[in-house]
Design a protein around this ligand. Sequence first.
Ligand code: SIN
Length: 285
Amino acid sequence: MAYKQISVEPIAGSCGAEISGVNLANPMNRKTFAELYEAWLTYQVLFFRDQKLTSGEYLKFARKWGAIHMHPFVKGLRQYPEILEVKKTETDTYTFGNRWHTDQMFAPRPAKATLLYAKETPAVGGDTLYANMYDAYNALSPGMKTMLAPIRTFNVGDGNKRSAKYGDRQNRYKGASAKPKTPPKGVKTNSQHPLVRTHPETGRKALYIGVHTQEFVGFTGEEGNFLIDMLRTHCTKEEFIARFDWQKNSMAIWDNRCLQHYAVSDYPGQRRRMHRITIKGDKPY
Ligand code: SIN
């Protein structure tokens, strides 16, 4: 597509594009937003530099992408509960998001999109990696695609309940600045999903797996673990990955329906503070 309102510069062969020519704090006309949305579906994750927004302006921009998905396990900001602060201080040891995952996959209707806005960044390090799950699916052999097609996964949100093999268990948020909360009554935090999902807007197929995936339904633990390990390794091959180097006031918005992401924990003794908003999604099919 030829973009007229914005400039779009891909950052890797796999996914990701840096956008310029737009100030997200300003009201945005329909044509500009339509181009942004089109670029987002094409590149799966968009990055913006030097954006200066108040929390109110940030939330207003986020709402253009859909209704807000509240995190069941982490409290948001007091004044803006929709905004979750992902903070690591000089003394924290836990890095939020330091596993390959797709956001809130444990929910029956997982987050469609995530926005992340850099408030403080380390002098060096603290990048985020993204892996393209369309490409990971397409790279499988026809035989493997046929075998995986009917599989349903079981995904668990509470790290304390994860199997012995996967997850953080009792260390969840230990040494972290995140403020854990108990999920509100009636909010489901375990869900089954198709392993191969169809993107509801592009119609493309993507592998749908991440750290929350604990079992394959109807498989023994041994069989499921073997396939989960194989797919986790496959999904994060270098060919599928893009890397974003944050600066203060950078913003990203990514599509959880066709990407996994990973927060790199390589800045001990430094601060990193990000504001995160997630957007509600549909039931995967
Ligand atoms: C997340 O997993 O949502 C946070 C990613 C990051 O902090 O880079």
